[in-house]
Ligand binder design. Structure first.
Ligand code: SAH
Length: 374
């Protein structure tokens, strides 16, 4: 067992079985051995590739969207632009480069900020984000951001925020916990905690024993802070992630290392540990603050913002090889077999705002209910 596994085992010995949420939090953010606190996970040489790392076009289009959202909000003075969970800082870099070209005056008159929980990733971001057209400011938490209308984006933030799991047993739904198996290794078990049945989807009644159901109070708490802020000061939020319209049954907890799945309990802290996002649950929190919420497939969002046109301009006059690279980036981001359909984009904003390419009613049903791991 690795060092974090030993640390988690000692905790379980002392305090009893550990919730999946606590297990995830230790794996990702343990100050000594946590994944985000100690590793460099991103990119082709790392464990996984995110959309901003696939192509500069992603950050360019997201930058344009934030600018359009600011205009739709009435072009307020003194707005705060923020990326939460910036990883390597690539998305912010691409957004700023684009905005410096299309709206230099706008760029100079607002504050650009990053919220990052990992001190080590903060240092990586500071290295990547030198020579930016505007000064940047880092914060540990959303609550510390300066006041003013807020325009905030998070790519693959929520999948890294802990979930709780429940398992169906002969005696009802019980919280799934990490405890010891007969050999003293880590294993999932049904714990004592019960679940509010009102949270379950209707098909739960017919589900077999062993079926898993997930909720994430920690994600909802983050959305609650953001939504309260947007309702008070104005602005908009854009959150891109892999996920589904909940509530839905299924185990989506996954550990990924070097672009391959591995056992979620095998090497705590050494692999990225995430779970699919229930966008309906997040939208509900936003609505409870009087905000409107809209959900689109990543494919439709990017195509709606002009991904193909941008790719065409980027490739114009370039070598065949370069053009082929750009074409494969478009495919990676938008193809339904790749990131186009599994990834979704949730926008939250004041109800009077309308920002393209979000219309009023987006029907995701053709591809949902969607949980590829069930
Ligand atoms: N957005 C980046 C990185 C995604 S990984 C990309 O697309 O490449 C998740 C990121 O969210 C990491 O930077 C991680 O440290 C950060 N993070 C996780 N929980 C957070 C929280 N509660 N507040 C701020 N950042 C968080």
């Amino acid at each position: 067992m690795n060092l974090l596994g030993q640390k988690i085992s000692r905790l379980i010995e002392v305090t009893g079985p550990m919730s999946v949420a606590d297990y995830m939090a230790h794996c990702l953010f343990d100050p000594e051995y946590g994944y985000y606190t100690t590793r460099e996970p991103f990119g082709a040489a790392g464990d996984f590739i995110t959309a901003p790392e696939v192509s500069q076009m992603f950050g360019e289009l997201v930058g344009i969207w934030l600018y359009a959202a600011w205009q739709a909000a009435g072009a307020p003075q003194d707005a705060v632009f923020c990326e939460i969970g910036p990883g390597r800082g690539t998305l912010m870099k691409d957004m700023l480069r684009t905005l410096a070209r299309v709206a230099p005056a706008f760029l100079k008159s607002h504050r650009f900020t990053l919220v990052e929980a990992s001190p080590r990733l903060k240092a990586v971001q500071r290295r990547v984000l030198t020579d930016t057209p505007v000064p940047l400011h880092w914060y540990d938490r959303i609550e510390e951001l300066p006041t003013g209308p807020l325009f905030i984006v998070g790519n693959e933030l929520f999948d890294a925020v802990p979930i709780r799991q429940y398992v169906k047993t002969g005696t009802g739904w019980r919280e799934r916990v990490v405890a010891f198996d007969a050999d003293g290794g880590l294993a999932f078990m049904a714990g004592a905690g019960a679940l509010d049945p009102a949270l379950l989807p209707p098909e739960a009644a017919r589900a077999a024993d062993g079926t898993i159901f997930e909720i994430s109070p920690a994600r909802e708490a983050i959305m609650d802070v953001i939504a309260a802020r947007l309702a008070k000061d104005g602005g908009a939020g854009l959150f891109i992630d892999y996920g589904y319209e909940g509530p839905a049954l299924g185990d989506t907890l996954q550990a990924v290392r070097r672009h391959a799945y591995e056992d979620t309990l095998a090497s705590p802290g050494e692999a990225d540990l995430t779970a699919h996002v229930d966008f309906t649950a997040l939208a509900k929190v936003a609505r409870s603050h009087g905000l409107a919420s809209r959900l689109m497939l990543q494919r439709d969002f990017l195509l709606g913002l002009g991904l193909l046109e941008r790719a065409g301009r980027l490739g114009a006059g370039k070598s065949m090889e370069e053009q082929e690279r750009i074409r494969s980036e478009v495919e990676r981001l938008a193809d339904p077999e790749q990131m186009g359909v599994l990834f979704k984009v949730l926008a939250v904003m004041l109800p009077e705002m309308s920002v393209p390419p979000f219309g009023n009613a987006i029907d995701l049903n053709p591809c949902l209910p969607h949980d590829p791991r069930v």
